[in-house]
Design a binder for this molecule. Structure first.
Ligand code: HEM
Length: 139
């Protein structure tokens, strides 16, 4: 018997998948202006310096998310930074990615409702994206 799935929206599911998996690991950006990290009094980063944003670190921040390592599709709110933190560089493909996830899971579980993963995923070694090479399923 499988654990019953609580009633959640597709958007909640997408948010928790992107938060928990954090498909994009990091982006390096160049600071356009001086910035005090974490607010006034924080370490000063100078305009022109390079900064690396580790999205997975933000998405497992225990000051923001209760039990951050748990995969919990009922999280509300879910202020993850998996598509970036807003602003001019926010992921241009976020809407497309969300639509793809919605259609993919709808079609997959409509056709194969008993689909379940078996074992652990084999990940592609990468410092940029968190990508699965193989994962075995039963259905
Ligand atoms: C689940 C899928 C995806 C995730 C998790 C993701 C994540 C991200 C992240 C974290 C950034 C950097 C945001 C920032 O620095 O503030 C980004 C930027 C970007 N993404 Fe995505 N992305 C996804 C899918 C896509 C798709 C499908 C496209 C295009 C069809 C796309 C196009 C872009 C582009 C062009 C940027 C650069 C925007 C800029 O620098 O101004 N992404 N994405």
């Amino acid at each position: 018997m499988h654990t019953p799935v609580p009633p959640v929206s597709s958007a909640q599911l997408q948010d928790e998948i992107v938060r928990h998996a954090t498909p994009i690991i990091q982006f390096r950006r160049t600071l356009a202006v001086d910035h005090e990290l974490g607010g006034p009094g924080g370490p000063l980063l100078w305009a022109g310096e390079k900064a690396v944003l580790f999205f997975g670190s933000a998405n497992r921040d225990e000051e923001v998310f209760a039990d951050p390592d748990a995969f919990d599709i009922t999280r509300t709110p879910n202020p993850h930074l998996g598509f970036g933190g807003g602003g001019p560089h926010y992921c241009l493909g976020a809407h497309l990615a969300r639509q793809e996830m919605k259609v993919l899971f709808r079609e997959l579980f409509t056709r194969l409702p008993e689909l379940r993963s078996v074992g652990e995923p084999d990940l592609v070694p990468s410092s940029f994206d968190h990508r699965v090479r193989t994962l075995r399923f039963t259905f």
